[in-house]
Write a protein that binds this ligand. Sequence first.
Ligand code: ATP
Length: 768
Amino acid sequence: MVGTAMSAIRARRAYSAVVNGGQDLSPNSTPPSNAGSECGGIEFTREDVEALLAEKLKTKNKFNYKEKCENMMEYIKRLRLCLRWFQEVEASYLCKHERLTVSLEIAEQKLAEIEVSSKNKEEELSSIINELRTNLSSAQEKLTREQADKMAAIDSLVKEREGRINTEKSQATLSEELSSAQQELSSANQRIASVNEMYKRLQEYNTSLQQYNCKLQSDLNTASENIKRIEKDKAAIVENLSHLKGQHISLQDQFSIIKSSLEDISKQKEFLSNEVQCLRGDLLLVRDERNKSQEKAQVLTAEIVKYKEYTGRSMAELDNLTVKSNDLEARCLNQCDQIRTLQDKLTVAETKLKDYGISSVETETECEDQRKLIRELQARLEDAEFKVIEGEKLRKKLHNTILELKGNIRVFCRVRPLLPDENSDEGKSVSYPTSMEVLGRGIDLAQNGQKHSFVFDKVFMPESSQEDVFVEISQLVQSALDGYKVCIFAYGQTGSGKTYTMMGKPGIPEEKGLIPRCLEQIFQTKESLLSNGWKFEMQVSMLEIYNETIRDLLPSSRSNGNGTRTENGSAAKQYAIKHDTNGNTHVSDLTVVDVCSKQEVSYLLNHAANCRSVGKTQMNEQSSRSHFVFTMRISGVNETTEQQSQGVLNLIDLAGSERLSKSGSTGDRLKETQSINKSLSCLSDVIFSLGKKEDYIPYRNSKLTYLLQPCLGGDSKTLMFVNISPDPTSAGESLCSLRFAARVNACEIGVPHRHVGAKLFESRLSYG
Ligand SMILES: Nc1ncnc2c1ncn2[C@@H]1O[C@H](COP(=O)(O)OP(=O)(O)OP(=O)(O)O)[C@@H](O)[C@H]1O
């Protein structure tokens, strides 16, 4: 077919070459097909062409013969040329044909050789085929075995596919996580860039800090030595004090005895002087009577003499007068005796009076001496007490400095008193060691006959008042005003006194809790610092985390229009927790209120307390079922020094841990209890990881830990209250709380920094 087509094409070319003036008839072009033996179909000879031309000429212009003749001549010329070319081509084809026959012969020879070798190969192949057949049978056996294996493999493949699907699913979730992680990464990269910039500045700052640190270290060493010395002095002073107190008491006893004997003596003296007075009166009376009698006797004697002279009187009258005179004389003598005895008595009484006077003067001087001694002792006592208080203040300050340098979370333990309905007959489970080393800081807990000892930064016994507790944390409140982030939270079993410690009892001023007391101190200090040029602005927010959901506890601006607002002003209540690159935490959409007075905050606190999720459980009549977070941001500006500070105070009342078996919770209460226990266990996990200095800290496992991340992770002065019930039936829970608190106390979270500067900070409320 291809050959035929080729011949047709060549014929058409030859024809057109002839008709069109032979343009295509060069020796290099494809020859016309009169030499087309290879075409095997239609063949063109010279005659064919001439006939073709003749026919053509016949049909063309029959009228212009001359022109036709010329054309004819021209055609003939070209045809001759064509003929010559055909001849040349034929000769070349003949040459080619000869060469081809030679090569055909060679090929036939080769074919014969190949046939021989193929026969040999056929034999070889038949032997191979036999071999292969045997191999095939064994291979078939293998195949059956492999098919069984294949079935098993298919099963496992199916399983693998299922696994793969699961893996793909998890891959999808992982890729989601990856995308979120990538987002985080990009934000982290941004942070890194800013951190790098900060790092440069910090390095410079660091060198200066290192120098300062060296100085602080030496100060610390001297301070520790001072503490030791002060503690020794304190022990000596305390001993001296107790000795002085004993002396003071015995002297006071002596003084009271002397005083009473002095009173007796003065009473006797008074009595005796009264008696002397009476005796003197009696003596004067008797003397008067005696004088009168003597005068009478003289008159009578004169009368007798007269009678004797004038004997005109009767003897009876005379005798009568003599009797009278004798009588008077006897009476006179008698009175003289009386006067003598009275004078004797008087002298005795006077000597006694003198003696008493002397002894009373002596007693009074003795008494004065004693008074002086007492005054001296009292002064020494006051001095010693002042020294003890000052020493204790210094010790606390140095202790705080040491803790700040170490970067630990501080822990205070508070034991509440037994409640009226608790059984006090079962004996005591809590005791306090009295050794000087841990006095006021140690607590021993007895459980199942075993004693567990713990030491914290401070232990408050049941008798400690709310004021005593506040005094210990007031320094931290001052730190918030100075520009530090401060976080105080209460942890403990349900009913152990957390809410009492943080909020106190409403309506009883002495039993106000830490939160109202902190507010009082902040507003007082705010007023007093006005004279130093400091002006403060405060913002508060209050939230609770209930069943892993954040709830706003403040009235929003939309509901009461009293100046409250939300962080972004939108109506949606999403309450997402976010940490910014400055280490501040924000809760989106949460109500933040600007406050100027204690009264305003008290009103908001009452509002929050009323909104808080509280319920009755077997363990506590008024049990808090949520974690309560009070936050106050304190921004200070000093117009004189152009300084600024930005402090944050977080006060947190955690929901109480409780055993499900003991709480007897069911339904919603059970769900609450489980949620509380879960978030507290997340808190415990975070503390555990921090304690072990792990790379990954699981802050995100609960809302509470994520919110407290800055407080737990450093850059905050953090204090934990561990509240304990003294009831022996709660010893198990108390032991768990104390163990957790000890772990918290051992946590090193970094050194907090003061946020002060000359530049304005962002003024939105943050948690840490
Ligand atoms: N130091 C204390 N002095 C006197 N009473 C106290 C003291 N501490 C606690 N209480 C009383 O003990 C009871 C339980 O205290 P509170 O409600 O504060 O416990 P809680 O730890 O907050 O419990 P929950 O976790 O269930 O909320 C209350 O009646 C409270 O008045």
